[in-house]
Design a protein around this ligand. Structure first.
Ligand code: SF4
Ligand code: SF4
Length: 211
């Protein structure tokens, strides 16, 4: 993909990163690569590199980053944060980039992949339970061998509280909006906790005008 020049920086994107409070973080990056070295996603997916993503952002290649699947790979284990010598909150940078991408008509096809886990969490208060009995037995045996209970157990009270969070934040409606297959921008409202379908063309022209 053709690289943008620094002069092609979108003022709106720059403002969004600054407002997120993460601009200083990005600028402190020393490109040491510890984040990539410690990341479990990078270990199994050679195309994924937190270090490279920060580098591309600093080069002004934000369009390339925002439209790529790479920003949807991180699962917030925070290993990178623990090892970063510059104390860069990389998982939060990913969060900010994902919201920004969705608001500008990109990434919904990747976000929908998460819905299964989020719906599991609504039902059981855990994102993943193995479906195959054989796999379940393996996991139980592995956990027991290191002194853990065979499976994580969430109390009924805990499940109820978890569901309440979904209701308060409008997460179920958020998920319903994600089912549309068309790539249109989604606006997340922190006030109402709702995702709203937006007008791609209007948002796009605002982006280009730096509004
Ligand atoms: S570990 Fe921190 S300083 Fe090093 S490349 Fe990653 S983000 Fe940058
Ligand atoms: S928080 Fe994301 S980028 Fe950092 S180590 Fe975990 S998966 Fe990798």
């Amino acid at each position: 993909m053709k690289r943008e020049k620094a002069s092609n920086w979108s003022p709106e994107f720059q403002r969004a990163i600054e407002e997120s409070g993460l601009a200083d973080d990005i600028n402190r990056c020393m490109f040491c690569g510890k984040c990539t070295g410690i990341c479990p996603v990078a270990a199994i997916n050679p195309s994924y590199s937190p270090r490279q993503i920060i580098r591309e952002l600093l080069l002004g290649n934000h369009e390339q980053v925002l439209h790529s699947e790479e920003i949807w790979r991180c699962f917030w284990c925070a290993n990178c944060l623990g090892y970063c010598p510059s104390d860069i909150k990389y998982p939060l940078i990913m969060l900010a980039l994902r919201y920004y991408a969705l608001e500008h008509g990109s990434g919904k096809k990747y976000a929908t992949l998460f819905t299964r886990f989020v719906k599991n969490a609504y039902k059981d208060a855990v994102t993943f339970q193995p479906g195959k009995p054989q796999r379940l037995d393996q996991i139980k045996a592995m956990r027991t061998s290191i002194g853990l209970v065979p499976l994580r157990i969430v109390s009924d009270k805990g499940k109820e509280e978890y569901r309440k969070l979904y209701e308060i934040t409008g997460t179920l409606e958020w998920l319903d909006n994600l089912h549309a297959t068309e790539e249109v921008p989604l606006k997340f409202s922190f006030e109402t906790g709702k995702l709203i379908l937006g007008d791609f063309k209007e948002n796009r022209s605002n982006l280009e005008r730096g509004v």
